[in-house]
Design a protein around this ligand. Structure first.
Ligand code: 9MJ
Length: 698
């Protein structure tokens, strides 16, 4: 398709239609019809021939309905090439074309209970009194490709796609590779010609696997299972089709049905008996029962192994089907009861940045509110800056939004062809939208972060809980729930405020019905915590990437806080365990003015530590070695083992790399053991370790 598609939505068109109607101007109506027809045709070609839809299904349905409404109102203006009476567009010419014995028709649609009722009323209107209120049979509406299969005396002979309904493509070779498609039907060996129809689809699990493989190989992925199934069937090389996880589900017998079978439900039961896969079937007596079943299937939809986009409801009695016949190529005896659209198009009005509890800066898409899967959606997560770049999305773009079950809605496609001319690429904010501290996006990282960890209101609760934790400042008795309550009552904001809580003793006692004794315990624990170690203090600051081991290494490397705070990235990188990302995050943390303010306040409140005994490792037995500890040791805690190794001059790191000298492995050593073996790092058991530290008399 070379013609660019006009940036047109159903809303735009409906607005124009209303204007045109009121003017009752035939020329304007014809123009509207032509615009709709051209858009629908372009879409049909892209969808049926190129497998590359240019509109969401829901958008397509709406445009089609708009045209149908116009045609109903102005039958004299119906255009001769209106796609309302046409199923699809011409098939590709590479396969042999086959004319169907009986045309393959499409189904009309209903979208809610009233419309379902309307469908049943129209059926009743054409039946005599004795026939009125017939039984209906309901099936899942499988979202695949309709195909017709022929069997001669039980032997599979031909598979043809629907194509334009009259003529399809011969895909026999590819169909033969579909695992659950029977190539021989013993029970039909007496039937000269059996024609069945159904849907070829790709189950969700197979689709995900196929896309994963394509991604690994750097190939193009498929947008959805339907496209994947279509693309697979249209392979000229059957070996490729054979490698695709396709399935066939049968839903009708069009020639050769045994005469004893009188209903659609019995026909499907027979198809199941002779070897076809058929999907769930339910017979209902009235619209209420139909609605109940429809709703129960919506509930279970997410658990189904394949995608469905609605239910099909059919008059169960086959003789009545025959009697009712067709209207403009749609059966009068069946209709599709569509599910609320799970993917719809809308405009992305804006992109806002939010700050998470650990400082991650995430973009949130602000949508023109739209109903998806029955719920109005106005926000979508865009995950991270990398995702924005991958999608190439901008404020003002038309986007497809997908929401299935309880899943958070997400943008699945950006309609670049409809991008406004004046749109601008999205920029990562330089400063945190909450606290204005600088934002960093470390190289090779997906998530940008706010550097104001100690100060940023979005991160303060996390920072407080981490600060008091046992391995950080170890403020025994000040549990997370009290701390959050103090925070919510405005008694603490930053971690430095913890050391001023004693000024609010009376409030503390009344606040959470804490007894005087408990308050005293908390305050004395706070007082005790002031005497700490530099390593604990660094760890307590909650710098991203700085865990306990790294904090200890930083304390060892720099010896005092001021040197650490002044260190540039190169200096930081000389610390064991500190890689490029941690170095950058640490450097930026100590450059955020608000963090410095909090650190100064902590020191002024009396937080202090003994001078760090910097281990002079020169001449010690393990000088120049880097050890990693994993698993549980019998004879001592890991901290103790670590201290012993450090006393012997070794550096102790938290992760294994090619530079690691040895892995001290206790009980239940996990992934580190595997990694050590892979990298050829020596593994030392507890006995050997004890012999080593024993020999050195530590
Ligand atoms: C789908 N797509 O699952 C029909 N269909 O019947 C079912 N389609 C159909 N039936 C007559 N289950 C025309 C189309």
């Amino acid at each position: 398709m070379t013609d660019p598609i006009a940036p047109l939505t159903s809303k735009d068109i409906n607005k124009d239609i209303n204007t045109a109607k009121s003017a009752d101007n035939n020329a304007a109506i014809v123009t509207q019809m032509r615009t709709l027809i051209d858009t629908l045709k372009t879409h049909n070609y892209a969808y049926y021939v190129l497998d590359n839809p240019i509109l969401e299904d829901s958008e397509y349905d709406q445009l089609r309905r708009s045209l149908l409404e116009l045609e109903e109102q102005y039958p004299e203006l119906v255009q001769p090439d209106s796609p309302i009476n046409q199923v699809g567009d011409m098939p590709l010419s590479a396969f042999t074309q086959v004319t169907h014995d009986i045309p393959m028709l499409s189904l009309g649609n209903v979208f809610d209970y009233d419309e379902l009722h309307g469908f049943m009323r129209r059926v009743n209107d054409r039946l005599n009194d004795a026939q009125k209120n017939p039984e209906y049979e309901m099936e899942l509406k499988l979202d695949g490709l309709a195909v017709s299969l022929k069997y001669a005396y039980g032997k599979f002979t031909q598979a043809v796609t629907r194509g334009d309904g009259q003529t399809g493509e011969d895909i026999t070779q590819n169909a033969k590779t579909i695992r659950n498609l029977p190539l021989w039907l013993t029970a039909a060996s007496e039937i000269p010609l059996l024609e069945v129809r159904g849907e070829v689809l790709m189950p969700k699990a197979g689709f995900e696997r196929l896309n994963r493989l394509a991604e690994e190989k750097g190939d193009k992925t498929f947008a959805n299972p339907r496209n994947a199934a279509a693309g697979s069937l249209r392979q000229l090389d059957p070996a490729i089709a054979a490698s695709r996880p396709l399935a066939f589900y049968c839903y009708s017998v069009n020639q050769g049905l045994p005469e004893t079978i009188k209903t659609q439900s019995a026909a499907l039961a027979w198809l199941g008996d002779i070897g076809f896969s058929v999907s769930a079937v339910r017979v209902v007596k009235n619209p209420r029962e139909a609605q109940e079943y429809y709703e129960s299937v919506i509930e279970k939809r997410a658990q189904l192994p394949f995608e469905i986009d609605g239910m099909v409801i059919k008059v169960n009695n086959l003789a009545l089907q025959q009697q009712l016949g067709f209207l403009s190529r749609e059966p009068r005896w069946a209709t599709a009861y569509k599910f609320p659209a799970e993917t719809v198009m809308t405009r992305l009005n804006d992109i806002e940045w939010q700050v998470g509890r650990t400082g991650q800066i995430t973009p949130v898409g602000k949508l023109e509110p739209v109903k998806v899967g029955g719920v109005t959606v106005s926000n979508v997560t865009l995950h991270n800056f990398g995702e924005i770049q991958r999608l190439d999305v901008r404020a003002g773009d038309m986007v497809s939004v997908h929401r299935a079950g309880d899943v958070i809605p997400k943008v699945t496609r950006v309609w670049h062809e409809q991008r406004p001319a004046d749109s601008e690429p999205v920029q990562l904010p330089l400063n945190c939208p909450v606290c204005d501290s600088p934002v960093v996006l470390p190289k090779d990282e997906a998530l940008a972060r706010c550097t104001g960890g100690l100060f940023c209101p979005a991160q303060q609760q996390e920072a407080l809980i981490h600060f008091v934790s046992r391995r950080a400042m170890d403020i025994d008795g000040l549990g997370a729930s009290w701390l959050i309550s103090f925070f919510e009552h405005g008694l603490v904001k930053t971690v430095a405020d913890i050391y001023h809580l004693h000024k609010h003793q009376d409030e503390l006692i009344t606040l959470e019905k804490l007894g005087e004794k408990s308050v005293q315990n908390i305050l004395s624990a706070i007082e005790t915590s002031k005497q700490t170690t530099l390593a604990r203090f660094i760890y307590a600051l909650g710098i991203r990437g700085v865990g306990e081991t790294t904090a200890q290494n930083l304390a060892q490397q720099f010896g005092d806080l001021d040197s650490l705070m002044a260190a540039d990235i190169d200096k930081l990188l000389q610390t064991p365990d500190v890689g490029a990302i941690t170095a950058e995050l640490t450097y930026k943390f100590f450059r955020a003015p608000h963090n410095i303010e909090v650190i100064t306040a902590l020191r002024e409140a009396g937080v202090h530590w003994d001078k760090v005994e910097q281990v002079v490792s020169e001449g010690l037995p393990l000088d120049g070695q880097t050890w990693v500890i994993t698993g549980a040791l019998d004879s001592m805690a890991r901290d103790e083992a670590k201290a012993k190794l450090q006393a012997l001059g070794a550096k102790v790191s938290g992760s294994i790399s090619a530079k690691t000298t040895a892995l001290l492995a206790g009980d239940k050593a996990g992934s580190k053991m595997a990694k050590a073996e892979k990298l050829g790092v020596k593994v030392v058991g507890e006995e050997e370790f004890l012999a080593l530290v024993g020999r050195s008399n530590v």
